[in-house]
Design a protein around this ligand. Structure first.
Ligand code: CDP
Length: 207
């Protein structure tokens, strides 16, 4: 059983993915953390995320332990992640890890940008979770403020707009809903409401 969840930053896909994994006893992979971990490794080494060789090296030598480092959530790490994620060689280097993860029993929930379109095109259920730019920036602002009281809303909004644009316009695996994905707009909905809707969808898909 594989559930693929794609969508832009702070759309609520991560929360939904964790809850679905717990509900169905599935493993969960936040694939954004893979790109973020590469970005973090580059920044810590003083490298340039815009440099092709640096980006590909980071993806090929990625230490999965870095996925759990809280620093992956930093905003500058998210920007670095989105830069390196636009490169085909980087995506290829990380693809097999994601497919192997998904293939292990009893199945998995993966969230990211290209799960339904590239990583797991045969998933049982594909969701595209989205929300307005403003709703998403508000959520990310609140999240970042917990660790940094000086964070500025407009900076978060601009970073998010820039990242949306880069992720949607790149030529390789752009952020786009799969043709057979169910689209959910979470702008004015809480996490419980969305979760219950998806549980109903899973039930009807399994029948
Ligand atoms: O948590 P947030 O939604 O802000 O982003 P993320 O899921 O942690 O992903 C960080 C960046 O990694 C994104 O902006 C994408 O550029 C990239 N990414 C990707 O290209 N493909 C994926 N499957 C997951 C993330």
């Amino acid at each position: 059983m594989i559930i693929a969840i794609d969508g832009p930053a702070a759309s609520g896909k991560g929360t939904l993915a964790r809850r679905l994994a717990a509900r169905y006893g599935l493993r969960h992979l936040d694939t954004g953390a893979l790109y973020r971990a590469c970005g973090l490794a580059i920044l810590r080494a003083g490298g340039d995320p815009d440099d092709a060789g640096t980006a590909v090296d980071a993806a090929r030598t990625l230490d999965p332990a870095l996925l759990k480092d809280p620093a992956v959530r930093r905003d500058d790490v998210g920007q670095a992640a989105s830069k390196i994620a636009a490169r085909n060689e980087v995506r290829q280097a990380l693809l097999q890890y994601q497919r192997d993860f998904a293939a292990q029993p009893p199945g998995a929930v993966l969230d990211g940008r290209d799960i339904g379109t590239v990583v797991c095109p045969d998933a049982l259920l594909k969701l595209f979770v989205t929300a307005s730019l403003d709703a998403r920036a508000q959520r990310r602002f609140k999240e970042l403020r917990e660790s940094d009281p000086h964070v500025i809303y407009d900076a978060v909004l601009n970073d998010m707009r820039e990242r949306d644009e880069r992720d949607s316009k790149r030529s390789v695996a752009p952020l786009v809903a799969a043709d057979d994905a169910f689209v959910i707009d979470t702008s004015n909905r809480d996490a419980d409401d969305v979760f219950h809707q998806v549980v109903d969808l899973v039930s009807s898909r399994m029948r």
